[in-house]
Design a protein around this ligand. Structure first.
Ligand code: SF4
Ligand code: MG
Length: 336
């Protein structure tokens, strides 16, 4: 395929005090250059673990990683730590939810943007400082030639987020992973940061993976969408296809628990009943079956017994027939 990043049958396991957790359990997806893949799911769905694994940032509790992660023709699971260091920050970079995970309080913002640039390009200190000022200007920090010498605590929350984006983009990475990058920000700053990401993508042509639990944000940011549940993808398609004509009961739940855009925010939301499944002891069959309202529509006990698979392309992993998915969505789910 011509995908810039290709993930195939990824499986990541952790050991915990209580046993082995399958954090990611057979996940496949592609991301093309210049495109944004949205990954949506509740916490514990495996979305963050997947992306940390792509960058080789596994926790010490990881016991096994299987499958394939191919970035620009290079297999990453088998790559050594030295190679991953070259890739991180240079070819692929991450924007975290909390800038303080990425920014150290002990160094100036400018130094923290300049350092990866020097490391990956061999630029001099002076060149790198100039580049840091340029990047701060690009992400909309006023008076960048002065602010470059500030420490992170001298920046507001929104400015720190911008500085982290500058740091992530300083080496012009081909893949940018944004993990809930605006969750901690107020709505106005959030909108500004999202616009900034879109502009920077236009300019740099990077592929973006945008991780969120917020379908409202994704409709505006992503081209393609992957819905994750219990370490697996349960639905895949273009953002338009998935949001306009969702095919999986879990996606229906996510959509109906979302405030309507432009609607009355006080409107009662319908949350998905129950809680995310235990990854220590995942449910049999379809992992969503304990929370699903539509198991009765499926013949026999199939939902509890047989794990539905996700096909290629536009697909949803559910035993309902295509016709049932369509009818149920139109009759019971679709917002009026
Ligand atoms: Fe619900 Fe069954 Fe479909 Fe799973 S396979 S989402 S339990 S109807
Ligand atoms: Mg997360």
């Amino acid at each position: 395929s011509d995908a810039f990043l290709s993930v195939r049958d990824l499986r990541v396991q952790f050991s915990t005090e209580d046993g082995i957790v399958k954090a990611v359990d057979g996940l496949s997806f592609d991301v093309e250059r210049g495109k944004t893949l949205g990954i949506v799911g509740e916490s514990g769905s495996g979305k963050s673990v997947t992306n940390l694994t792509i960058l080789g940032l596994h926790s010490t509790q990881t016991t096994s990683i299987d499958g394939e992660i191919v970035l620009d023709g290079k297999e990453l699971i088998t790559a050594g730590e030295k190679e991953m260091e070259k890739i991180r920050g240079n070819k692929a970079a991450m924007i975290f939810q909390d800038p303080l995970t990425a920014l150290s309080p002990y160094y100036t913002v400018g130094r923290q943007i300049a350092e990866p640039y020097m490391k990956h390009t061999g630029a001099s200190k002076k060149e790198a400082r100039q580049r840091a000022i340029e990047m701060l200007a690009k992400v909309g920090i006023p008076q960048p030639q002065t602010r470059v010498d500030d420490y992170p605590h001298q920046f507001s929350g929104g400015m720190r987020q911008r500085a982290m984006i500058a740091m992530a983009l300083v080496c012009d990475p081909d893949l940018l992973i944004a993990d809930e990058p605006t969750t901690a920000l107020d709505v106005t700053v959030q909108a500004q940061i999202l616009d900034l990401l879109k502009d920077l993508q236009q300019e740099f042509g990077s592929a973006i993976i945008f991780i969120t639990h917020d379908l409202g944000v994704i409709s505006d940011m992503a081209d393609d969408l992957l819905v994750m549940y219990s370490g697996r993808a349960v639905e895949r398609g273009t953002v338009r296809e998935v949001l306009r004509n969702p095919q999986h009961p879990y996606t229906w739940g996510l959509l109906s628990s979302m405030p309507r855009l432009g609607g009355d925010t006080a409107q009662a939301l319908t949350p998905i009943p129950g809680s995310p499944p235990s990854l220590l002891n995942p449910p049999s069959g379809c992992p969503f079956h304990p929370r699903c309202t539509f198991t009765g529509e499926v013949t026999g006990n199939r939902c509890a017994e047989e794990r539905p698979t996700l096909g290629v392309g536009r697909a949803s992993a559910c035993h309902l027939t295509a016709e049932q998915k369509q009818t149920i969505f139109i009759d019971k789910i679709q917002p009026r």
